[in-house]
Write a protein that binds this ligand. Structure first.
Ligand code: PMP
Length: 427
């Protein structure tokens, strides 16, 4: 039998860090990753046959659980007719119609192949449509690995951004302005100073890449108003929240209309898919109906569209989101209760089926607070849970996800593991 360790040794010789995406390497929690052989429902099995209750769900798309028969069968049917055509196909029209019908602010949409592609394309559109160059993002929000997004705040609110990765040109980072999340005064100050130079403001409406931090009451509306006032396009990056916190995404949950929206993950049902869409007058400026160029050989791929459409059908079933939120609540309420038994400082955030765990007694509302929670305690908890067959996101700064396949049994087993894990963390 191949072991996880053996595979990781082989992987490190031929893949940078042994992985194809950094967080998978367990760098921030320490130790070595496991290699998944198969997945079903709420479970993953590694190559050694160990089973894990999975709260990562392929980083979001597995909202109905792994390997759902309806999604798998849709893919199997599509595959019989060919893998890629390079011409338009019917499923991409149905997909676009479905997204437009479900998401309040979207009148037209363009399919792409990842969340990164969606956000890079959306800011190009924003710049092309407004004739402005600067963009605004938030510290702790992640929008994929495009140059414009790998930027952190400079030393003051109104200074230039600083690249967070070698290879990002300073000239590109200079165009990205960074704000603290959930701080409307900082946004007002920046817009007063530079509003006329800003093409767009991009935000995760529920931040999911600094753990899970929901917007304060009225915050998103205040940003909407500020953008409208200054002619700045508001982009919601709903790669995580789309079709997760509600059927219509965070924009439906909070009742805000962004100008453009980015999607990924869920709309591919596990296949490599992303999309961006929004107001018709903006989307019509995309090639070939307009001059702003964006393209993709595999975009709208028939197999990916089949998986995504099957997924979107499942989550439209009556009561799906109420059930999903109830699953997540059972988990997070249970974790708070078992943490209290051991006197561990611990708090949770939760929006729909998305949650965050913090080793602090405070309610976390900002990036700064998230970074001050006890990361060492999280890392010990992560490993104690992993040893007991529960897989949490391998970083204190990632949101967790439940699926509709996490039944009472899976959650009860998770809480039993957590009771022991909190004791170990406290000891
Ligand atoms: N935006 C957000 C909010 C994300 O969470 C991610 C990925 N986790 C991305 C964009 C990038 O998506 P992808 O990894 O598919 O390129």
């Amino acid at each position: 039998m191949t072991s996880n360790h053996e595979l990781f040794q082989r992987a490190q010789a031929v893949l940078p860090g042994g992985v194809n995406s950094p967080v998978r390497a367990f760098k921030s929690v320490g130790g070595e990753p496991f290699f998944t052989a198969r997945a079903d429902g709420p479970f993953l099995w590694d190559v050694e046959g160990k089973r894990y209750i999975d709260y990562v769900g392929s980083w979001g798309p597995m909202i109905v659980g792994h390997n759902h028969p309806r999604v798998r069968e849709a893919v199997e049917r599509a595959v019989r007719d060919g893998l890629s055509f390079g011409t338009p196909c019917p499923a991409e029209v149905t997909m676009a119609e479905t997204i437009v019908s479900l998401v309040p602010s979207i009148e037209m949409v363009r399919m792409v192949n990842s969340g990164t592609e969606a956000t890079m394309s959306a800011i190009r559109l924003a710049r092309g449509a407004t004739g402005r160059s600067k963009i605004v993002k938030f510290e702790g929000c992640y929008h994929g690995h495009g140059d414009s997004f790998l930027v952190k705040a400079g030393s003051g609110a109104l200074t230039f951004g600083v690249p967070t990765s070698p290879g990002v040109p300073k000239a590109s980072a200079d165009l990205t302005l960074t704000l603290p999340y959930n701080d409307i005064d900082a946004a007002r100050t920046l817009f007063t100073e530079q509003g006329n130079d800003i093409a767009c403001l991009i935000i995760e409406p529920v931040a999911g890449n600094m753990n899970c931090i929901p917007p304060k009451d009225g915050y998103l509306q205040a940003l909407r108003d500020l953008c409208t006032q200054h002619g700045v396009l508001l982009i919601f990056d709903e790669v995580m929240t789309g079709f997760r916190v509600a059927l219509g995404g965070a924009q439906a949950h909070y009742g805000i209309m962004p100008d453009l929206t980015c999607f990924g993950k869920i709309i591919g049902g596990g296949m490599p898919v992303g999309a961006y869409g929004g107001r018709r007058d903006l989307m019509q400026q995309i090639a070939p109906s307009g001059p702003i160029y964006q393209a993709g050989t595999l975009s709208g791929n028939p197999v990916a569209m089949a998986a995504g459409l099957a997924m979107l059908e499942l989550i439209r079933e009556e009561g799906f989101y109420e059930r999903l939120a109830a699953r997540a609540r059972l988990l997070t309420d249970g974790l708070v209760a078992v943490a209290a038994e051991t006197g561990t400082p611990f708090s949770v955030n939760r929006v729909g089926g998305m949650f965050g765990l913090f080793f602090t007694s405070e309610t976390v509302e900002s990036y700064e607070q998230a970074t001050k929670a006890d990361v060492g305690a999280f890392n010990r908890f992560f490993h104690a849970m992993l040893d007991r067959g529960v897989y949490l996101a391998p970083s204190a700064f990632e949101a967790g996800f439940v699926s509709s396949a996490h039944d009472d049994n899976a959650i009860a087993q998770t809480l039993d593991a957590a009771r022991e894990a909190f004791r170990l963390v406290a000891a």
